[in-house]
Design a protein around this ligand. Structure first.
Ligand SMILES: O=C(O)CCC(=O)C(=O)O
Length: 307
């Protein structure tokens, strides 16, 4: 197979904050990633950096070469960093992810993690993020997750910009060997979208310690369909006393909702958000899913014939 892009070459195009979500999603579907530049202001990134700084400083480096011996991973961003909540719910991001995962009844927040790659780090093994689901062999056209990586610093070849093999989402590992990589170089405030199937990995950091942007910091915020277990446990990472101060849309995104028919209820079929708020609303019944899912429509028709 001929490499689709030259090794270490740059990405074919990028989008802006004014690009249409349709165009971004189309590119993401076609090559497995898309970059939108300038989606967060410096002010927003400054705030996030300041909020995260004490937690990043106390995060340990990784315990193996996959996590990265010179990489710090800092999670629980909903609880720790109010500005991360703005990134999670950024309208263009939610729109693109919603389109990309529209085959499922709902989608949800999967994890939040600042990935700080420090000088001396070696490159991460290329992987597909959906391996987290116990290596379940999802069909090539079934996307179980979609990810974002916000650039909290500039992403450069030198400081560890993410490696991506474009177009490998539906390819076997063997076929993907011939595909050349690109690097997700992007200025601070940009966001990289990538699906759960595309081969990618963090880059080596060859920066001079102490140089500007010597540490590459990315804010990894990922989303999954609503019927799978979340990678980061949102109900414990964000304690109820903080969760109660958040708005309903963010809470639903964190998983305080029915993920699909029958998933996520509390006690006597109560809605999780209602339980958090101290009210008694019930989750929806099977017939309520008929409009959004033809299989439930059929199921409910059979149900009424039997009665
Ligand atoms: O930091 C990056 O650029 C990618 C990290 C990644 O893919 C991972 O840790 O799973």
């Amino acid at each position: 197979m001929t490499p689709v892009e030259s090794t270490g070459g740059s990405r074919d195009r990028s989008f802006t904050a004014h690009s249409s979500p349709d165009d971004v999603t189309e590119h993401l579907r076609r090559v497995g990633y898309a970059i939108v530049e300038g989606l967060a202001t410096d002010d927003r990134m400054d705030r996030l950096q300041a909020e995260a700084a004490p937690y990043v400083a106390s995060s340990a480096t990784g315990r193996d070469h996959y996590d990265g011996r010179f990489t710090r991973r800092t999670g629980a961003l909903v609880a720790r960093c109010p500005t991360a909540r703005e990134l999670i719910m950024q309208p263009l991001v939610v729109d693109v992810i919603g389109r990309f995962l529209s085959h499922a009844t709902t989608f949800q927040l999967h994890l939040t993690q600042i990935i700080s790659i420090e000088p001396g780090e070696t490159r991460q093994k290329l992987h597909r993020d959906q391996m987290a689901f116990d290596y379940f062999d999802f069909p090539p056209d079934y996307h179980v997750q979609c990810n974002t990586m916000w650039a909290l610093t500039d992403f450069t070849v030198e400081n560890g910009a993410t490696h991506i093999k474009p177009g490998t989402s539906a390819m076997s590992d063997a076929d993907a060997e011939a595909v050349a990589e690109i690097r997700a170089e992007m200025p601070r405030g940009s966001v990289l979208f990538y699906d759960g199937k595309v081969l990618h990995g963090g880059g080596a950091n060859r920066s001079r310690p102490g140089a500007a942007d010597a540490v590459r910091r990315g804010v990894n915020i990922t989303y999954s369909v609503g019927w799978v277990r979340q990678e980061e446990n949102q109900f414990l990472a964000c304690p109820p006393e903080i969760a109660r101060t958040l708005d309903d849309d963010l809470l639903r995104m964190m998983g305080y909702r029915q993920g699909a028919f029958a998933l996520g209820y509390v006690g006597d079929q109560q809605d999780p958000l209602a339980v958090l708020r101290g009210t008694d609303d019930k989750v929806r019944v099977v017939g309520d899913f008929a409009d959004s899912n033809p299989s439930f429509q059929t199921f409910v028709q059979d149900l009424s014939t039997e009665q």
